[in-house]
Design a protein around this ligand. Structure first.
Ligand code: DNO
Length: 358
């Protein structure tokens, strides 16, 4: 297990690499280039610069989250072939700088969705929350405006304002894309790029849909065991893999997260994991909880044990944290609660590891 921390770069993250370096046990940074438009090739010079910054701070850059997929690929337009060629070139460029894993998602239009970015918890901290009844009454424009208005001036990953401006047109393009078509388009993409991934030894790790159910009538195909199994079978290669996000999958109480880990990580299909806790509130509603098991609905001990039992040697990062101790910043991506999460995950891992050898 290699502990990592997501960082949004020198211009768009209040947290410094020097601070990240002081969290015990953090070896690597999960990073991305945020100024390359979706669909374009990531230039080597910019990758080199990001890598150098991180290495100068004493950490490594081996995981990218995310190289986003152009909507034309998800919709299946003829222009997808050019975007796929660009994606392959990005894979080759990243491999030259030692990148081992690319996290991506195949969610149409929106990345993750929350209805509140700063709900106050009884202890005074704030957290992100999802209320299905609000989504049911909101239109997509309303949702985009609410996320923008609530994000302290930061661009939330997946909610880039320039994309959100074209929402209506984008929705129209997805009008006849159902689950079957979206999976066919994912298969087309994977069949095209996995040979390049194998040749350059870069693993593609798809992130689950968050929340794991259709929203605004858009199809979702990365929600549960059956979906994940279908995806890893689309191209049977360890380079066609998963980002096992405990929170996203765990938002559906029917998903048995430790069992998913045992199955997919046990088959070498999980190079990267996001570990966080969530609290189910009934009626498909949830809020994000501190990592500690007893604060939420997921058993983080069982989750870490499942990773340990299958000999997980991939990258792991704490996922969203609450805002605590008066910190302000990008919702979900503050320093303090994620650092606490890391300390806790490391503690669980050490105890499980030593216990297994006793
Ligand atoms: C949310 C993140 C997602 C994730 C993408 C992967 O905070 O987990 O935005 O990075 O879905 O492409």
């Amino acid at each position: 297990m290699q502990m990592t921390f997501r960082w949004f770069g020198p211009d768009d993250d209040k947290i410094t690499l020097g601070q990240v370096r002081q969290i015990p046990g953090v070896q690597g940074v999960v990073g991305a280039l945020y100024d390359v438009p979706v669909g374009e090739v990531w230039p080597k010079a910019k990758i080199a610069q990001l890598k150098a910054q991180i290495e100068d701070a004493g950490m490594s850059l081996e995981v990218i989250e995310s190289v986003n997929i152009h909507d034309d690929i998800k919709i299946g337009l003829p222009s997808r072939d050019q975007y796929i060629e660009n994606y392959k070139e990005t894979i080759r460029n990243l491999s030259e700088f030692g990148i081992k894993v690319i996290c991506y998602n195949f969610m149409p239009v929106f990345d993750w969705v929350r209805t509140e970015l700063a709900r106050t918890l009884p202890d005074g901290s704030t957290t992100m929350a999802y209320d299905q009844s609000i989504v049911d009454t909101m239109d997509p424009e309303g949702m985009a405006a609410s996320v923008e208005g609530d994000s302290n001036g930061y661009v939330m990953p997946g909610w880039e304002p320039e994309r959100m401006k074209g929402l209506k047109a984008l929705f129209a393009q997805y009008a006849d894309v159902d689950e079957q078509k979206l999976s066919d388009n994912l298969r087309y993409f994977l069949e095209a790029i996995i040979p390049t991934c194998e040749q350059y030894d870069v693993k593609m790790a798809i992130h689950p849909d968050d929340p794991p159910r259709p929203i605004f009538g858009l199809p979702r195909i990365v929600k549960n065991f059956d979906d994940l199994k279908a995806i890893v079978e689309m191209v049977d290669s360890p380079h066609n893999a998963l980002t096992l996000c405990t929170g996203s999958l765990g938002e559906n109480p029917e998903n048995d997260v430790p069992a998913l880990i045992r199955y997919f990580a046990g088959r070498d299909r999980v190079p990267f994991a996001h570990v966080r806790n969530i609290k189910h509130l009934g009626n498909d509603n949830f809020e994000e909880a501190a990592h500690l098991s007893e604060m939420g609905s997921l058993d983080i001990y069982e989750i870490m044990k499942a990773f340990h039992d299958v000999g997980f040697d991939g990258y792991i990062r704490p996922d969203h944290g609450r805002m605590i101790w008066g910190e302000t910043g990008r919702p979900g991506y503050g320093l303090y609660d994620r650092a606490l999460g890391i300390a806790y995950l490391n503690g669980l891992w050490e105890a499980i590891d030593k216990g297994s050898k006793a």
